[in-house]
Write a protein that binds this ligand. Sequence first.
Ligand code: HEM
Length: 140
Amino acid sequence: MEEESNCDAMSESNVKYYTLEEIKHHNMSKDTWLIIHDKVYDITSFLEEHPGGEEVLLEQAGADATESFEDVGHSTDAREMLQQYFVGELHMDDRKKESAKDIYITSGESSSWTIWLIPALAAVVVGLMYRYYLLEHRSS
Ligand code: HEM
């Protein structure tokens, strides 16, 4: 669901990109923006509603709150709530950690099949050795 709506937003190509420099200015209780997973949220109206209190949000105001948001282990409901405060995306030039993480995850995924290759080869070798042993045994 979340991915679909993001794709829609992209195809409309009216997604706004904000630089860290711009986002930094929205760091007060009257105007609070947060970055979570490279997306920018205007959570000014949510401050008082936040079950975790407004202070934790204000501490991260105008900056990247991805780590603290994930550390808390927010529910799916909390993640869905984010959508209504979405105002744009972090400018590509300011995305560093996330893309590095993506590369790590991708390379991790691609190497997962090699984990199966070694036991599979070992099984084939053991099978051949057993066959050889049986043949030897029969002929003697
Ligand atoms: C706009 C972003 C955020 C939204 C929509 C949000 C939403 C919520 C919601 C719905 C809960 C209730 C529990 C749950 O459903 O997971 C919650 C709890 C909590 N949140 Fe957030 N949160 C946001 C950002 C943050 C950030 C950046 C922090 C930390 C710096 C934080 C810290 C906490 C804490 C500590 C609780 C636990 C409160 C408790 O159980 O006593 N939240 N949040």
